[in-house]
Design a binder for this molecule. Structure first.
Ligand SMILES: *[C@@H]1O[C@H](CO)[C@@H](O)[C@H](O)[C@H]1NC(C)=O
Ligand SMILES: *[C@@H]1O[C@H](CO)[C@@H](O)[C@H](O)[C@H]1NC(C)=O
Ligand SMILES: *[C@@H]1O[C@H](CO)[C@@H](O)[C@H](O)[C@H]1NC(C)=O
Ligand SMILES: *[C@@H]1O[C@H](CO)[C@@H](O)[C@H](O)[C@H]1NC(C)=O
Ligand SMILES: *[C@@H]1O[C@H](CO)[C@@H](O)[C@H](O)[C@H]1NC(C)=O
Length: 747
């Protein structure tokens, strides 16, 4: 079978599964109407008429929407081939006809009156079968403490952005617990196995066990409840939820019950020792493999139903025990076999991350073994980091298996302005035009959300476009106008500067990890180079402040002003650090003291204050969410510790130190600042005493400070304090003249 034919088979297979019954159409239309009421309120929502007709997509089979009507006295008619298509059509109308904006940081929904007419019936079909969303890690970095209210907002955002394929990963440990109990494990063996909530993503991929656990009973109940609501809402929109499946990783305790089983202990992961990693992998030919795989899937489907797509990752960032293609093929086939034993329509969604993460292991023969172990059309690969390291190019379009071109963009939910908009813009169209391309969709797979929304706005739009956006400068200008509800010369100029700098990442220094010294444990070797001209950020900062008198009442503007101020502060930290370091290396005490003083006693406290003025940048809010997920003080304590660890040391010994760094009020004051203070003090001491600076000693002392933060029980404000515009302006007035004068010192 040719690649295109395989892709077509998959498309048909799934279209069949989506059903075409009038009842489904009515349910999806009702779900979008309810979304509209949540978004706009009942009054404005009444000016729309939403309906769903599968027939709209008859020819292409691809999600399609049609907009018409509007104008004085006429309702806006939104017709979609699915609920998701209708929601995407609605979003298109709000965006392009009304100049509105819907985003994580807030929405700008001032509707013109009357609602603008759609001059000519507008019919738009997506060029691809799928718009995918989520990364396994997003569940830990962003979703971990969410309640239903927050999930509901996210699902609305997903529908409006036309997402029709997404992980539905909650509650799986509750199902696993049933399976393990049925297999004869004790509750305490299970408790020892699961990670804590903030580390479940890595437990699910077999990278970790035990760390941050155990999972309380109430956790399972709450997650089951959430999963039912999430699935119900996804399906009501006509989205396809992807459920988990068995990948081969098992608790060690299984060997107590089944002493004969053939398991292999894998190597350690992420600098964790084997108390927390070195997963046990069940051999593919072990008779228990299909039994566990089908027990789990049966129990899962009985609880949640299914839409026939399942995710599983056996070797994600894990070195397989053998590079023999026959072993890899058999390990892969066994996962798939267990799926189809239970669900003969099963399609396996595989994160293709492993191939580009360990290219030295995954040579052509190894990749081929995995891709060919599953019938064509039954393995759907996420080319997870395609904006930067596309795998489809090296693998002849995944050897004919269908794939989804995904933008990963963000690591660890880091703040820090970053994006490769040019690469993102060109990527999907190029992948579609690749010879014999099996691309079936576009996707967004960030490790964490709630940052750099411009990147996600572009990617979501690309899910509905055949061609790249022709003029990104014009595109960001209109993005800014919609986001603030006003076209403003200065904000548009600011956004054009951001586009050509932080959002035009390319080359070596380009990374979705925030490597700013601000959020890293200090040393004398820190890298301060960035891929952009810092002046562009400072100039964008100035331009936003210039627009502040006009736009101060816009919540999204205030968010961006804060975010750019935060970025400017991050840049300033690098500049003062460079000053301090070179003063130290020249053995000049006074300039060292001067730079250290500004960084530790002026800049960082001022940044903390700015962050404190917005609820999205509060450690207190972050920790409060964690505690609110608990039902007892002991659980609240566990969850708070999980949260504090994830933000900082990640593991007990700083195993993945500062990977998931964030810039939050409270975290800057009580974590980053003490570390910087200690560093500067040790540099000063070194000069005064004439003894060399000992990085090793500093690291040890810093670790004490880091632990002090983690084990601290201080409560932080969960309500914002202070006026963002005033605070941003104060920082600006102090530092901008120094930047322009080319001297970091006040005159
Ligand atoms: C792993 O590290 C933890 C925490 O640092 C320690 O308590 C434990 O003894 C270590 N386990 C092994 C097997 O080295
Ligand atoms: C255990 O599994 C490995 C990997 O599949 C296999 O190579 C080996 O022969 C198996 N050992 C036994 C005793 O079955
Ligand atoms: C595309 O597929 C055709 C038919 O299988 C094959 O002849 C051709 O070589 C392929 N092109 C490329 C660039 O792989
Ligand atoms: C982004 O950078 C590339 C060079 O790396 C340049 O060709 C392109 O014009 C830049 N785009 C924008 C919008 O500045
Ligand atoms: C950075 O931008 C500033 C202001 O536009 C300019 O003066 C400077 O030459 C630029 N620096 C580099 C390295 O391009």
């Amino acid at each position: 079978m040719g690649a295109a034919a395989a892709a077509a088979v998959l498309g048909l297979l799934l279209l069949g599964a989506a059903g075409g019954a009038a009842a489904d159409e009515a349910r999806e239309a009702a779900a979008v109407r309810a979304l509209l009421v949540r978004l706009l309120g009942p009054g404005p929502a009444a000016a729309f008429s939403v309906s769903v007709k599968r027939a709209l997509a008859a020819e292409s089979g691809l999600d399609t929407y049609r907009l018409s009507g509007g104008g004085a006295g006429t309702r806006v008619l939104v017709l979609g081939s699915t609920g998701v298509a209708a929601a995407a059509g609605l979003h298109r109308y709000l965006r392009d006809f009304c100049g509105c904006h819907v985003a994580w940081s807030g929405s700008q929904l001032r509707l013109p009156e009357p609602l603008p007419a759609v001059p000519q019936v507008l019919t738009e079909a997506t060029p691809n079968r799928y718009r995918y969303y989520q990364n396994v890690c997003t569940h830990s970095y962003s979703f971990v403490w969410w309640d239903w209210a927050r999930w509901e907002r996210e699902l609305d955002w997903m529908a409006l952005n036309g997402i029709n394929l997404a992980l539905a990963w909650s509650g799986q440990e509750a199902i696993w617990q049933r399976v393990y109990l049925a297999l004869g494990l004790t509750q305490s063996e299970i408790d020892e196995y699961f990670t804590g909530p903030a580390f479940l993503a890595w437990g699910r991929m077999g990278n970790l066990h035990t760390w941050g656990g155990p999972l309380p009973h109430s956790w399972h109940l709450k997650q089951l409840y959430l999963q039912h609501r999430i699935l119900d809402r996804m399906r009501s929109f006509g989205m396809i939820p992807v459920l988990p499946a068995f990948s081969g990783h098992v608790p060690k305790a299984l060997t107590r019950v089944f002493p004969q089983i053939n398991i292999t202990q894998l190597g350690s992961w992420g600098h964790f020792n084997c108390s927390y990693s070195c997963s046990f992998l069940l051999a593919p030919e072990d008779p228990l493999f299909p039994i566990i795989g089908s027990l789990f899937l049966r129990e899962l489907i009985q609880e949640f139903g299914t839409n026939h797509i399942y995710g599983a990752d056996t070797f994600n960032e894990m070195q397989p025990p053998s590079s023999e293609p026959s072993y890899l093929a058999s390990a892969t086939a066994s996962v798939y076999q267990a799926m189809i034993t239970v669900d003969s329509d099963a399609v396996w969604l595989l994160q293709g991350w492993l191939f580009q993460h360990q290219p030295q292991f995954w040579g052509p023969a190894q990749v081929k073994a995995v891709l060919e172990a599953v019938p064509r059309g039954r393995l759907l690969v996420l080319d997870l980091f395609a904006e930067s390291q596309p795998v489809y190019i090296q693998t002849a379009s995944f050897q004919g298996q269908p794939f989804i071109w995904c933008m990963l963009h963000n690591f660890g939910g880091n703040h820090g302005l970053f994006g490769a908009l040019e690469a993102v813009n060109r990527g999907p169209a190029a992948a579609r035009l690749f010879p014999n391309s099996t691309m079936l969709g576009t996707g967004m797979a960030p490790e964490g959300i709630g940052q750099n929304e411009v990147v996600y706005a572009l990617m979501a739009e690309l899910g509905w476009r055949k061609d790249p956006v022709a003029d990104l400068e014009a595109w960001v200008s209109s993005f800014a106008a919609r986001r603030y509800g006003v076209a403003h010369r200065d904000t548009e100029a600011a956004w054009r500067l951001l586009l050509r700098s932080v959002y035009n990442c390319s080359g070596e220094a380009c990374s979705g990890h925030n490597r700013s010294p601000l959020v890293r444990r200090p040393s004398l070797q820190m890298v301060t180079t960035v891929w952009y001209n810092r002046s562009d950020v400072f100039e964008a900062w100035r331009l936003l402040l210039t627009a502040a008198p006009t736009l101060a009442s816009s919540p999204t503007f205030r968010y961006d002003l804060l975010d750019v101020t935060r970025q400017a502060a991050q840049e300033l930290v690098s500049l003062y650090y460079v000053e301090a370091r070179s003063a130290y290396l020249r053995k000049e005490l006074v300039p060292l003291l001067r730079a250290a003083g500004v960084l530790v006693y002026e800049l960082l406290p001022a940044l903390d204050k700015v962050l404190a003025s917005d609820s999205r940048f509060l450690l207190g809010r972050w920790l409060e969410q964690a505690r609110a997920a608990a039902v007892s003080e002991a659980e609240a304590h566990l969850y708070e510790q999980n949260s504090r660890y994830q933000l900082t040391l990640w593991g007990p010994e700083g195993n993945i130190l500062d990977y998931a760094n964030k810039q939050l009020a409270g975290l800057v004051a009580d974590y980053y600042t003490p570390r910087w203070r200690l560093f500067m003090e040790m540099l000063v001491e070194s000069l005064v005493q004439g003894i060399p600076f000992q990085q090793h000693q500093f690291d040890k002392n810093a670790f004490q400070l880091e632990q002090t933060f983690i084990f601290g029980t201080q409560r932080y404000p969960s309500q914002p304090d202070g006026d963002t515009v005033d605070l941003a302006k104060k920082l600006f007035i102090k530092y901008y003249p120094r930047l322009v004068a080319g001297s970091l010192w006040a005159d």
